[in-house]
Write a protein that binds this ligand. Structure first.
Ligand SMILES: [Fe+2]
Length: 385
């Protein structure tokens, strides 16, 4: 009977081709001049040109911003805030893309309350108000950025990634259009899908979880265990894409109301050090961190087993939890995430473990404390060095 607060976007529109209704939604929100932050490659390849054409037809005044190519750096965000002068020039921000693009859109939409550099707002609740309303349209199924109060930025000199966390970053309106994910390559589908899987599992076992965040986290685990493989094997499978779009969003709702933990804490330094995608770094660590966590919350792994369709009659809690772990491993390996191009080195272990234990925001939510030595052992096992 825990007290909790539950947060999510004000409105969510779900369905194939829903992104074609953007102009109608913008008009309903009474926005007159919007900034559209779009993924660099999506714009270059013309994939979302139909959205721009629809806006022109509806006489909506808009400016497209697609200057940030990869993970946004502090310098790039500061520059964009300075150049765009959001509060004077726009009354709404739309984000169309993967997690990085949506994070940029979220930060630009609160830029009226940022004085100086975004560097001074890294951490929790330092942004105190929103500036303009936001509409987010994710084009991958993984990050859940369209729901979360987080925006991840990179320090261009040090190489680390840190989060700006504030309720004012939670978008106002979300359009979930699975059609946008139909052309995602298998590799991206697998890596982003495992990221969503990690969100769902970590949020469910997290110390900050509550009965409402659990509904979303477990639904996400169920949907991913049933649909990820199909979406990877056959990207045109509409039902699998629809379910993965929902699963990713549910994972994001779980992050907003619970939070991730040890896998993400260990994945960030790994991704930074070896330049690998966030989903890939999660996929390396997920099973081993969960094996470490089982003894703290075995009953939660029984629930995870249940939603993944594992028969539990006649088995002990310990056996069922072990089966849940085996199924998690199976989902990861069947998804086809590929690590063959990475060579991990034993000499990096201490740096990685030192960096991971600094991720206190995430580690505090992990059901079992992770010390420096624990992190070292987990990395050693996961990286096989
Ligand atoms: Fe993640």
């Amino acid at each position: 009977m825990k007290d909790f607060i539950f947060k999510m976007p004000r409105k969510i529109e779900v369905g194939f081709s829903k992104s074609r209704d953007l102009s109608k939604i913008i008009k309903e929100m009474k926005l007159n001049k919007v900034l559209i932050v779009v993924d660099y490659n999506l714009k270059k390849m013309g994939i979302v040109d139909y959205i721009f054409n629809n806006l022109k037809k509806a006489n909506i005044s808009f400016t497209v911003f697609n200057n940030i190519k990869n993970e946004p750096t502090i310098t790039e965000i500061d520059q964009a805030i300075n150049d765009l002068n959001i509060v004077s020039n726009f009354d709404g921000v739309v984000g169309i893309g993967g997690g990085s693009t949506i994070d940029v859109a979220k930060l630009l939409a609160v830029s009226g309350s940022i004085k100086g550099s975004i560097r001074d707002y890294l951490g929790i609740n330092l942004i105190k108000e929103s500036s303009v309303p936001t509409i987010m349209i994710p084009t991958t199924s993984g990050t859940g950025a369209e729901v979360t109060p987080n925006a991840i930025v990179k320090d261009p000199v040090e190489g680390w990634k840190k989060g700006v966390v504030s309720s004012f970053l939670i978008p106002d309106l979300v359009i979930l259009d699975p059609e946008l994910t139909l052309s995602l390559p298998a590799k991206v589908t697998a890596e982003t899908g495992i990221d969503a899987f990690t969100h769902a599992i970590e949020c469910f076992i997290g110390k900050k979880s509550n009965t409402m965040s659990d509904l979303f986290a477990l639904s996400s685990v169920r949907l991913i265990s049933k649909n990820l493989l199909q979406a990877v094997k056959d990207g045109s499978n509409k039902e699998a894409r629809y379910n993965m779009t929902l699963a990713s969003f549910y994972g994001g709702v779980a992050i907003t109301n619970s939070g991730t933990g040890g896998v993400h804490a260990l994945a960030y330094p790994l991704g930074g050090k070896y330049g690998m995608s966030h989903g890939l770094s999660n996929s390396i660590l997920l099973a081993d961190v969960m094996e470490f966590n089982i003894e703290a919350v075995p009953e939660k792994f029984v629930k995870i087993a249940e939603v993944m369709g594992i028969k539990s009659d006649g088995f002990s809690e310990k056996q069922i939890a072990k089966e849940a772990l085996n199924k998690i491993k199976e989902v990861i390996s069947n998804s086809g995430v590929n690590l063959s191009r990475y060579k991990f080195s034993h000499k990096d272990l201490e740096y990685l473990a030192r960096s991971a234990v600094e991720e206190t925001r995430l580690l505090n939510n992990n059901p079992r404390p992770i010390t420096y030595l624990d992190a070292l052992r987990i990395y050693k096992k996961s990286l096989n060095v």
